[in-house]
Design a protein around this ligand. Structure first.
Ligand code: GDP
Ligand code: CA
Length: 340
């Protein structure tokens, strides 16, 4: 029976992790050495992609986390810069900025613009974001299936402690999350629903993994879609274990600005605090298992006392091998903690 693995993911941390999951599954099939490998070989991987950073710019629909996953998993991302397309140029963006159509703090690469124009054209022709995503993946087969978490358009705003309100992208990209945030607001979230592909993948899942993505504006945004939390808890008719991987190592957000987001919602930047924010399933939360870094091994006992099967493993995703090893540890944790 083909196993089905569902990963909830944001952009950069999510893409590195999903690449690791894909590789761990590939290796399990290529050189099976344990019973876990036999279980995981040829598993199908579905990714529920955060849509909370999506926005309109210059008349184009931009989906940053989706496209980070698309480019990383199809091997077209700029590894050195860490985002965007390989061999990217910015001639069109310079024109748009000279026209004053786009702000100088948000650059759209020429190749990347091709994706945004295609997406917008298809949306204008009546396709849903999920259908647009499927077309992009048809051109660049990924070996996993991406699903926008929702097909409903929900943009995120940030209200700062000084009372200013700005689009998430302006706060994140222009101000580098440096203006203390009081809260995040998602316009229209009450009417949003998980996308059809997301619902179907979760219903059939054997395991759910929470990527080491931003717990607030990536995983938190996915889970805030009405119906999503229940769909995750009831994944595989309630039998799918939920395994989370900490995006915080030794009290720091290793890449990105998750600390600024955690502070805004009153959660300490700490691997155990993030696990407690998600909560143990036995205490009304989500988690069956949680992986922290080897640096955070002292946190494991306390988390186990809370009812979460915690373990300490190397958490840095430096390259394909380290990402695959982390993914294999998460998959093993799921297999070791099946739900009755
Ligand atoms: P974004 O949408 O591009 O912000 O990316 P995500 O939400 O997927 O993930 C961003 C978070 O991933 C960062 O704030 C880090 O906390 C985490 N992260 C990035 N690289 C690593 C890594 O190598 N290991 C782990 N455990 N977490 C990471
Ligand atoms: Ca993001």
């Amino acid at each position: 029976m083909t196993r089905r693995i569902v990963v909830l993911a944001g952009g950069v941390g999510g893409a590195r992790f999903v690449r690791g999951v894909r590789e761990a599954v590939r290796r399990a099939a290529e050189a099976p050495s344990t019973s876990a490998d036999a279980e995981l070989a040829h598993a199908q991987i579905d990714v529920v992609v955060n849509t909370g950073d999506d926005w309109w710019l210059a008349g184009l629909r931009i989906a940053p986390d989706h496209d980070s996953l698309l480019y990383t998993l199809s091997g077209q991302n700029d590894e050195v810069r860490g985002w965007g397309r390989l061999g990217e140029t910015e001639r069109v963006s310079a024109e748009l900025q000279a026209h004053g159509v786009t702000p100088d703090w948000f650059t759209l690469g020429d190749l990347d613009l091709g994706t945004h124009i295609a997406r917008t054209a298809w949306l204008r022709a009546g396709l849903t974001p999920s259908e647009v995503s499927a077309r992009l993946q048809a051109r660049w087969p990924l070996g996993v299936t991406l699903h926008p978490a929702t097909d409903d358009e929900v943009d995120t705003s940030v209200v700062t402690t000084a009372g200013d309100r700005l689009h998430f992208q302006e706060w994140w990209t222009r101000h580098r999350a440096a203006m203390p945030a009081a809260r995040f607001e998602q316009e229209g979230i009450a009417d949003a629903r998980p996308s059809p592909g997301t619902r179907a993948a979760l219903a059939a899942a054997d395991m759910v993994l929470l990527a080491p993505s931003n717990p607030v504006v990536s995983i938190g945004t996915i889970l805030s879609i009405p119906g999503m939390r229940d769909a995750v808890l009831n994944a595989g008719a309630g039998a799918a274990p939920i395994v989370g991987v900490s995006p915080i190592i030794a009290g720091a957000a290793v890449r990105g600005m998750a600390d600024a987001c955690l502070t805004a919602i009153g959660v300490e930047t700490d691997a155990a605090a993030v696990a407690r924010h998600y909560g143990a399933r036995s205490a009304g939360g989500l988690l069956d298992a949680w992986l922290v870094g080897v640096e955070d091994e002292p946190l494991v006992a306390g988390l186990r006392a809370d009812g979460v099967a915690a373990a300490a493993v190397p958490l840095w995703m430096r390259d394909l091998d380290s990402s695959a090893a982390l993914a294999a540890a998460a998959l093993a944790a799921g297999l070791e903690h099946p739900r009755a």
